[in-house]
Design a protein around this ligand. Structure first.
Ligand SMILES: Cc1cc2nc3c(=O)[nH]c(=O)nc-3n(C[C@H](O)[C@H](O)[C@H](O)COP(=O)(O)OP(=O)(O)OC[C@H]3O[C@@H](n4cnc5c(N)ncnc54)[C@H](O)[C@@H]3O)c2cc1C
Length: 449
């Protein structure tokens, strides 16, 4: 774990060359060896050229940003870069400055202080004259009056509002899901609860075999016996194909973690505290701690009640505008062209675009191939783009598998265009692959580099 002095999230605006971390989207000087945000090494960095901010206009407007996650903070930063005199207020129901949420599961067993994972520290907000209202829940937006109302009844007016309230964990309606010791990890407060339970828990069940569930399983397995229960017929079903799923299953078993697919949970049982998880087959898994990792739901209720157009998330155009001209949305709560990514780099990019346009600039967001990385279980994994999941497409693929090393490289093409990949074991090529994917390179060009 890095300490606060290592933090250097702000990109250098001088002559230094910049790089972008493709895991978390952070931008920083190329001579830094470890990503100051997510801690990965150089192999994950790609050269980055920052576009100069050409639009500047100082005003006395008030910008209210709902949510102080990476989308909200990126929006605040983009506004301040264009407008040095306006009022910017970031609001969060959490009691801490915005932090690096992806690290919550990755540091479950080692995180000591939230200060170690803050995106920016207090001085940064002071230097940029960004006001933080913490520990305060927003209740509603009154778009006719251009104001927001807090849970305590107070209100605040805005000229422009950025809605960046993120998402919450989806909890399937399991009987007993409200028992003590059953936790879904979204906020730092959830991590503190897990840490407390970990002091005594000997058996842990993780419900959900997606990437976050597996990250949590790996961390928790350092202190307890862990079983992962997955309702689908394979792990990481959204990101992996059958073969990759099989390889990952073997890796997980070798790492000492049990798992069961096609696991249909009927009850989380116990008295006040959880004692076991029961399946419809009659199988029962003892557990003093249960982690639920079953996906997310965008926080859209406040927007919906205010009459902002929503689908699964808040509908935005490529400028992150909603159907109300004074309200922008970005990050995990926003959906562009029916896609709600729910990943950090996109929340960051959407936030930058929302902030820039709210300040009067005119920049546009374009879709990218979604990427996912996983480090744990003594392996690393990278998946990006479309890995053969659309039954209407005619895929071709190249597969290179080293059984002894448990390494897989798989490349998917449609109409000769590179559209998806899976790497297991050795992910060094992921930066070049990401670039090729975003260019949809033809087969020959990709393999003749
Ligand atoms: C455990 C975990 C691990 C992850 N790992 C990865 C990873 O490896 N790679 C990756 O790309 N992504 C990962 N993600 C997803 C990534 O963290 C999110 O995509 C990103 O944080 C979204 O940022 P955001 O600003 O849109 O929302 P959030 O970070 O959720 O911020 C929203 C903010 O709004 C606040 N808020 C919500 N409702 C209210 C209200 N009514 N009043 C006031 N404040 C409110 C919340 O408290 C929060 O501070 C992970 C997420 C989690 C939870």
């Amino acid at each position: 774990m890095k300490n606060n002095n290592d933090k250097q999230v702000v990109s250098s605006k001088g002559n230094k060359k910049l790089v972008k971390c493709i895991v978390c989207g952070a931008i920083f000087d190329e001579d830094i060896d470890i990503c100051p945000v997510c801690g990965v090494g150089r192999e994950y960095f790609i050269p980055y050229e920052e576009e100069a901010v050409s639009y500047k206009k100082d005003t006395d407007e008030s910008f209210i940003i709902l949510g102080n996650g990476i989308a909200g903070i990126s929006a605040a930063e983009a506004i301040r870069e264009r407008n040095s005199t306006c009022k910017i207020t970031l609001i969060s129901k959490e009691s801490v400055y915005g932090y690096n949420r992806p690290l919550l599961t990755k540091t479950l067993s080692s995180l000591e202080r939230v200060d170690d994972i803050l995106i920016y520290d207090k001085e940064w907000y002071e230097q940029n004259n960004i006001n933080n209202i913490l520990d305060m829940k927003i209740k509603k937006i009154n778009k006719e009056e251009k104001s927001i109302e807090f849970i305590d009844g107070n209100t605040m007016k805005y000229d422009k509002c950025i809605y960046a309230l993120g998402a919450k964990c989806f909890i399937p309606p399991f009987k007993g899901a409200d028992k003590s010791g059953v936790i879904a990890i979204r906020d730092i407060s959830d991590v503190l609860k897990v840490r407390e339970e970990m002091k005594t828990a000997k058996n842990v069940v993780v419900i959900g075999g997606g990437v976050l569930g597996l990250e949590a399983a790996w961390e928790l397995s350092k202190n307890a016996k862990v079983t992962v229960l997955e309702i689908a017929d394979k792990l990481m079903v959204r990101q992996l194909d059958d073969m990759a799923g099989e390889i990952l299953s073997n890796i997980i078993t070798s790492a000492g973690i049990d798992f069961k697919v096609n696991a249909n949970i009927i009850e989380i049982s116990g008295n006040e505290s959880v004692e076991s998880v029961k399946l419809d087959t009659g199988e029962e898994y003892p557990a003093e701690l249960v982690i639920i990792s079953c996906g997310i739901r965008a926080n859209i209720n406040i927007a919906k009640e205010a009459g902002i157009e929503t689908n699964r998330a808040i509908i935005v155009n490529d400028k992150m505008e909603t159907n109300d001209k004074y309200i922008y949305a970005c990050g995990d709560c926003a959906e562009f062209e029916s896609i709600n990514y729910g990943i950090w780099p996109e929340a960051m990019d959407m936030g930058k675009i929302a902030g820039a346009n709210a300040a009067g600039d005119n920049i546009k967001y374009s879709l990218v191939a979604p990427t996912l990385t996983f480090e744990g279980m003594n392996t690393s994994l990278f998946s990006a783009g479309d890995n053969g999941k659309n039954p209407d497409l005619n895929y071709k693929y190249i597969e290179i598998f080293d059984k002894n090393k448990k390494q897989l490289e798989k490349y998917y093409f449609v109409d000769d265009k590179f559209i998806g990949t899976i790497l297991i074991g050795d992910t060094k090529k992921m930066t070049t692959i990401t670039e090729a994917l975003n260019k949809k390179e033809p087969f020959n060009k990709f393999f003749n580099k």
